[in-house]
Design a protein around this ligand. Sequence first.
Ligand code: ADP
Ligand code: MG
Length: 684
Amino acid sequence: MSQSTKVLRLTDPVSALKGIGPKVAEAFTKKEVSTIEDLLFYLPRKYQDYSQITPIAHLQPGQVSIKVTLSQITARRVRRNLSITQALASDESGSVRVVWFNQPYRAATLKTDVEYFISGNFKLTSQQLSIVNPSCEMAGDPTLSSGRIVPIYSESKVLSSWLVRRAVAQALLLIHSIKEYLPSYLVKSAGLISIADALQQIHFPESNQQLAKARRRFQFDELFPQLLANELTSQERRKQAAIAVDFKLDLAKSFVAKLPFKLTDDQRRVIWQIYQDMGKPLPMNRLVEGDVGSGKTVVAVMSALMAMAKGYKVAFIAPTELLARQHVSTISALLKPLGLDDHLVVLTGSMKSSSKRSAVLKANKVPGAFIVGTHSLFTSQIDWSNLALLIIDEQHRFGVDQRMSLQKRAGHLPHFLSITATPIPRSLALTIFNDLDISRLKQMPKGRKPITSKLIAPSEQSRLWKSLEAELQSGRQLYVVCPYIHARERQKNIAAEVIYDNYKAHFNTYRVGLIHSQLSQKEQTTVMDDFIHKKIDILVATTIIEVGVDVANASVMIIYGPERFGLAQLHQLRGRVGRGQYQSYCYLMLSDTLSPPERLRRFINVDDGFMLSELDLAFRGPGAIYGKLQHGRKIGNMLTLDDHELIMLVKSAVAEFIAKGEPLAKYSELAAEVESSQQLTYLN
Ligand code: ADP
Ligand code: MG
């Protein structure tokens, strides 16, 4: 009795709900649900529409729902592994056979004097049409999985959708304690339903129309903080002054004249866009997107030229020390013909402190220093007061915070140029990243050989060994990429350590190396140097080698567990080969013999990174691609960014909110969402 009189609160743990023991509570914790409120925001993954009740006389094969009474309930054991429970279901229009295989407990629970909803597959079995293994529930039960639009949740072994529905049905009794976190005038002007109603309908839709309204509300909630954050950041940036850098035509001309190649039209166009941005006292915020090998480095270096000539600093941030060092030699070669290579300074975390000190001295002494390093650059003693340009290579996590802290150290906001081989799909660029100006390098320098990509089934391993052997014999090197480092229970055969052993055993006359993030920086450098200098023939790695690494002699990229990677990431990995004159290959090692997912089948035939980024978005949805954006409230993956009506709706709400001039802090939850949206993270 005391149990039922206890008043539940949103902040209570889910275990306070009836029927939730420690095991289920733990399963919920794994889904990041610990309180009743969390549970209410644990949104269905999809729905099965069983709301259309069909009279038995009109049943067609397929998914059906009927409202019936049962008779002739029988249970029998056919053989050791097979029991059959049957009943005759009837409504006013007729009768139909219902069958459950291996659910002997059914018979005892079924009654002949109540009405049931039965939903399931109506099909031919043992020469007669029956409804097979359906759900069967008493009409009026709040956890119903039949006779309505049934929510399906993300499940685990312990956590069935049915269990979630039963827990949610109790939690919904508290729905009116959920507070509205958007300004109420916006809810009204955007024509949205309240968050409480939206939660009610999303878990227990009355109709498809109500469900659509609930979805709209959640889509709005996903997009609104994001676009508001964009707008606020953009306004803030426009108030800042950057160093305006004059364009010098003769400098640009003499640089171009001394290049060992002719710039593509795209490169010229993008460089010109950058010069125009940098000529203004407003901080540039530009992303240059271009496939692997499209020649982004020269664009970055040309962007730096004008600033260097004026005696301003330029900083170039690489994602790893390894790449920083690789960039130094490339950049040095590009600057040499103009005698500017002695402006180059390298500063990385693993350098000896004496070398670091002299790097800092040089950076501060040489006018127009070009400083290459990793993020640790910003904790150094370098004087950033005349930093004109900050170039960020291949990093998707340079957020507003970092920019602000840099601004503090520099006293101003530098021009900001980000370069990447992972394009942002158009729709994301127009909505989520709309404070970013984007330049695209679509043309590739001439003479690149396309990479041959193939899907390899587990049964084809021995044939693969042979072709790898042939590559090794002609002196080429191989990359082997795995999604995990250590062997875990279910993914043993795709862990780098296991694959490393396999390759070592199979190719025992070749040198096999292993690299991953758990090695020290120094060990990583040694392994990588060995690969570059061909002291290693086969490099087994994690995605640590994803960006930038440049070994022209490597001609094969083998990827284990490709199902686990996004297309953008697979494309990046593939870009590690095909960098020399050799025909190169990319092999995706499928984990099982089932037919490969369509996105992988598409991948092997598409070598344009821009197209792949769009495909990735289409296949996985925005949530999976920039999923890390969504902290705080766990909202599912409801955004559809090509929904122009939604985007217009949100944009006008943003404008309305800003025009009203209220402090954001008044809405604490919204403020928190806006802040986390500013930690931009995109594309895994
Ligand atoms: P990414 O865009 O992947 O960073 P890089 O800037 O490293 O590519 O350029 C890849 C290679 O292409 C380099 O060796 C570079 O010198 C060369 N390259 C760049 N632009 C051109 C061009 N217009 N014509 C020919 N080769 C070029
Ligand atoms: Mg590059």
